[in-house]
Design a protein around this ligand. Structure first.
Ligand SMILES: NC(=O)C1=CN([C@@H]2O[C@H](COP(=O)(O)OP(=O)(O)OC[C@H]3O[C@@H](n4cnc5c(N)ncnc54)[C@H](O)[C@@H]3O)[C@@H](O)[C@H]2O)C=CC1
Ligand SMILES: O=C([O-])CC(=O)C(=O)O
Length: 354
């Protein structure tokens, strides 16, 4: 390459004309076009809130996922830096950054999966519901853009309060005529990840071999671990059940307090979000028997949304599983969970209908 071309190329790299990592090389091609022409198989994934505490490690882990061919990183701040940084990883996904509302539609167009960790996190003393006033509006705006630009995408909602933000997104999609209950999922995977870890600690097991179904929702008593259904089968004392239930329900608060004002779980959340997103992508690819817990539109109880095991497939959720046999302790927990969930769902729906 002649030196002038090389200098132009380096300078384009350091001062990209836009955020899309497209570097002019004088040939009329750019890196993105070259990759696209290569026809790399895989799915297109957007992360909304990609520059945040969850968004950054989530973006890094999704860039490492071989099922992802294109990764769009959208945020209202710092998207260029995160995009430049992650785009240097030598994995196959092509990364593009999008900054602020004017670029939101471009970020979403053509996506197969949209993951939303946008919004404010808790500080000590707050409940997840205290985030409603800010995050409800953020999720509504982002959902409106999804309905317009990628109405068939699977949507994974992480932003809290999940118990209300998922009903908000559903209501926005209904208004737009695009609601498909198979495609909208609140991410409750961190509750499962924590439950597996804490049960493994108590029982001296390898956490990778433990499976705890966690149903209900994603806040306090709505988080209902079904310890009677743990795999491998475990027999717990009542004291262990109470300790584990309390620790799983308050795992988020444990992290919020430990971070002492610097936010809530980000790294374990990114890990959990990637596990869940990967399951969605494997389902889309047609893999069989992909079962995870998620907060979804549901007929499992009288509530319109509920977290339970779901089977993921080519169209999103292929099947929502019932709760299975519950013991007396779990039945009491279920009643408490439903009472609180019903209020949170109603709050979300009312907000979105306004
Ligand atoms: N579902 C779950 O299990 C969990 C949920 N969360 C929730 O995830 C959310 C994000 O948490 P963190 O990443 O720690 O917060 P953070 O404050 O570190 O990051 C949030 C990001 O969202 C961006 N953002 C704000 N408004 C936006 C908009 N309108 N469009 C796009 N991006 C926007 C911010 O610029 C920031 O980069 C919080 O609501 C938190 O409560 C956190 C942990 C677990
Ligand atoms: O506790 C929070 O605010 C964040 C969260 O949802 C979790 O860590 O489970």
């Amino acid at each position: 390459m002649d030196p002038n071309q090389r200098i132009a190329r380096i300078s384009a790299h350091l001062n990209p004309p836009n955020l899309h990592n497209q570097i002019a090389d004088g040939s009329g091609l750019n890196r993105v076009a070259c990759r696209a022409k290569g026809g790399s198989p895989g799915f297109k994934v957007a992360i909304l809130g990609a520059a945040g505490g969850i968004g950054q490690p989530l973006a890094m882990l999704m860039k490492m996922n071989p099922l992802v061919s294109v990764l769009h990183l959208y945020d209202v701040a710092n998207a260029p830096g995160v995009t430049a940084d992650i785009s240097h990883m030598d994995t196959s996904a092509v990364v593009r950054g999008f900054l602020g509302q004017p670029q939101l539609e471009e970020a979403l167009t053509g996506m197969d999966l949209v993951i939303i960790p946008a919004g404010v996190p808790r500080k000590p003393g707050m409940t997840r519901d205290d985030l409603f006033n800010i995050n409800a509006g953020i999720v509504r705006t982002l959902s409106e853009a999804i309905a317009k630009c990628c109405p068939k995408a699977i949507v994974n909602i992480i932003s809290n309060p999940v118990n209300s933000t998922v009903p908000i997104a559903a209501e926005v999609f209904k208004k737009a005529g695009t609601f498909d209950p198979k495609k909208l999922m609140g991410v409750t995977m961190l509750d499962v990840v924590r439950a597996n870890t804490f049960v493994a600690e108590v029982m001296s097991l390898d956490p990778r071999e433990v499976e705890v179904p966690v149903v209900g929702g994603h806040a306090g008593v709505t988080i209902l671990p079904l310890l009677s259904q743990v795999k491998p089968p475990c027999s717990f004392t009542q004291k262990e059940i109470e300790y584990l239930t309390d620790r799983i329900q308050n795992g988020g608060t444990e992290v919020v307090e430990a971070k002492a004002g610097a936010g809530s779980a980000t790294l374990s959340m990114a890990y959990a979000a990637v596990e869940f997103a990967d399951a969605c992508l494997r389902g889309l690819r047609g893999d069989a028997n992909i079962v995870e817990c998620a907060y979804v539109a549901s007929h499992v109880t009288e509530l319109p949304f509920f977290a339970s095991k779901v089977r993921l497939g080519r169209c999103g959720i292929d099947e929502v599983y019932g709760l299975g046999p519950l013991n007396e302790y779990e039945r009491m927990g279920l009643e408490k969970a439903k009472k609180e969930l019903s209020v949170s769902i109603h709050k979300g729906v009312t907000f979105a209908k306004k």
